[in-house]
Ligand binder design. Structure first.
Ligand code: SF4
Length: 169
């Protein structure tokens, strides 16, 4: 079994797998939104990009892994674009489910769209895309966070509001 020191930086394969899950979710969401039209898909893509930039700028810059290879590979990207923040700021906020709503909408918007089209104009591909998206955002996300990333994360040891919210007793 690896010690926590082994995760001073994460293995490249962890970054690849965690990003594969994220990109697959985004691709499924965009695919579903294309059913509503190109404009809706582009707005959805812009929404994802805004959330990703917000995360890099307002969270990753304060993380232990800023400038290092974290489980999602964002530590190096955030340091490159936004520099280094004050580490004690990372755990200064308390997250609630209300704060998580913008992130949850990344899944809920395409799932809601898929349900609308399944009820009005059934399509097997839309059904399969919705099922895969639901699976990736629940079991897939649980696997990535529970087995590959958060489980080994040093920032979790130092304090992580997201981890505290998800593992609230
Ligand atoms: S515990 Fe998870 S959510 Fe928190 S900083 Fe680490 S990898 Fe990110």
């Amino acid at each position: 079994m690896k010690s926590l020191d082994a995760y001073a930086e994460f293995p490249v394969r962890t970054v690849l797998v965690s990003n594969l899950f994220s990109l697959a979710s985004y691709a499924l969401g965009i695919g579903i939104m294309l059913k509503a039209g190109l404009v809706f898909a582009l707005f959805y893509l812009a929404y994802i990009l805004i959330l990703e930039v917000r995360l890099l700028k307002t969270s990753c810059t304060y993380c232990y892994y800023c400038g290092k290879r974290c489980g999602f590979g964002k530590g190096k990207i955030s340091a490159f674009f936004f520099g280094f923040g004050e580490p004690k700021e990372f755990n200064s906020k308390t997250l609630s489910w209300k704060h998580m709503l913008p992130n949850m909408l990344v899944v809920l918007i395409p799932l809601g769209t898929a349900i609308f089209y399944l009820l009005t104009d059934f399509n097997l591909i839309v059904l399969l895309a919705a099922l895969f998206l639901a699976g990736l955002s629940t079991a897939g996300n649980g696997y990535v966070r529970g087995k590959l990333t958060c489980k080994h994360c040093r920032q979790r040891e130092l304090g992580c509001p997201a981890e505290q919210l998800f593992n609230k007793k």
